[in-house]
Design a protein around this ligand. Structure first.
Ligand SMILES: Nc1ncnc2c1ncn2[C@@H]1O[C@H](COP(=O)(O)OP(=O)(O)OP(=O)(O)O)[C@@H](O)[C@H]1O
Length: 333
């Protein structure tokens, strides 16, 4: 079991309020990801759940039990950080089993649990090595293994992949997804990386300046952003925002349209523009164009396209792809 309830969590450092009333329900077995701009309070929230920070007010419950005054080690939580914090003089096996050894568990039990975690993480060949003899990805897997053997109610991950290179990030991401499926454990994960958030999460929590902007499944946030902030934060390249008045819309202050929901033609279309820059990403081509009617917009095309700066082109939004936001930046029904 591992459910979590946060009620009206506030946290201030001096007069600086970093968390401004966070309410959140995490169900047993859920994978929840916190995203948001730098400094919005993601790590502080995670550390508050872990008990490494005390909330200024509000309640943290794990499985329905208030843990505000329970020491971090007694909360049934395991935390995996960006820095692996492994003991350099211990082998992989001893690093993974240390927590159990310190808790006075019998040797046979430690052997069994470490063995099981190692095989889950494909770490069997490395059990006798020391951290210095491992790659960054392997070290992070050991850190995850160390968390698994403790069989926590809640796993907390604070940007666990951010020290890894791109290929390793993908592999380790898949590993974490698989792990979540096989352990059916509750996981809460902080990341800067949109792809991580979109691919791993059952539920994404978008934070901004200490408040929750929206909670939803990845596709909910992508398809139905509740406000301009979430619309602009989720999706890459970023959603285009156009002044409603420029499109003759009298109620919407802002109209959003994702770059992948625009078509491009040299012959005809809704918005005439001039190409200012093109990025060839292999699988996709990103075209930036300046249009008199709608300003600077980004178009994402599937495949390779031979547009070049100064080409005259026409962009056309796909039917039903516009998001309309009112004067308060909230989505209009
Ligand atoms: N110990 C502290 N004392 C004072 N202010 C702090 C302390 N820890 C964090 N802060 C401030 O709280 C705010 C939130 O920090 P936090 O680390 O939670 O943000 P974050 O969303 O995790 O950012 P990042 O994505 O950059 O890691 C920041 O403005 C930070 O400067």
């Amino acid at each position: 079991m591992g459910s979590l309830q946060l009620k009206s969590i506030r946290k201030a450092y001096g007069s600086h309020e970093v968390l401004k009333g966070i309410d959140l329900e995490v169900k047993d077995g859920e994978f929840v990801i916190f995203v948001g701009p730098s400094g919005c309070g993601k790590s502080t929230l995670l550390r508050t759940i872990a008990g490494l920070e005390d909330a200024t007010s509000g309640s943290v419950q794990i499985d329905g039990v208030e843990v505000g005054h329970v020491a971090p080690a007694k909360r049934g939580i395991a935390m995996v950080f960006q820095s692996y914090a492994l003991y350099p003089h211990l082998t992989v096996k001893d690093n993974m089993g240390l927590g159990l050894k310190q808790a006075g568990k019998p040797k046979a039990e430690i052997e069994e649990k470490v063995g099981k975690a190692a095989s889950m993480l494909s770490l069997d060949p490395y059990l006798a090595r020391r951290p210095a003899e491992l790659s960054g990805g392997q070290r992070q897997r050991v850190a995850i293994g160390r968390a698994i053997v403790r069989e926590p109610k809640l796993f907390l991950f604070d940007e666990p992949l951010s020290n890894l290179d791109a290929a390793l990030r993908v592999n380790t991401r898949l590993e974490i997804a698989r792990l979540h499926r096989s352990l059916k454990a509750t996981m809460i994960y902080v990341t800067h990386d949109q792809v991580e958030a979109m691919t791993l999460a059952d539920k994404i929590v978008v934070l901004n300046a200490g408040q929750i902007e929206q909670i939803g499944s990845p596709m909910d946030l992508y398809n139905r952003p509740a406000n301009v902030f979430v619309a602009g934060f989720i999706g890459s390249p970023q959603m285009n925002f156009i002044d409603g008045a420029r499109l003759g819309d009298k109620t919407a202050k802002t109209i959003g349209i994702r770059p992948e929901h625009l078509g491009l033609s040299r012959e005809s279309g809704d918005w005439k523009g001039k190409v200012v820059h093109v990025e060839h990403l292999g699988a996709d081509t990103i075209v930036y164009l300046e249009s008199e009617q709608v300003g600077l917009i980004t178009v994402r095309l599937f495949g390779e396209h031979r547009y070049a700066p100064d080409d005259i082109v026409y962009a056309t939004p796909m039917v039903g792809s516009m998001h309309r936001f009112g004067a308060d930046d909230r989505v209009l029904a």
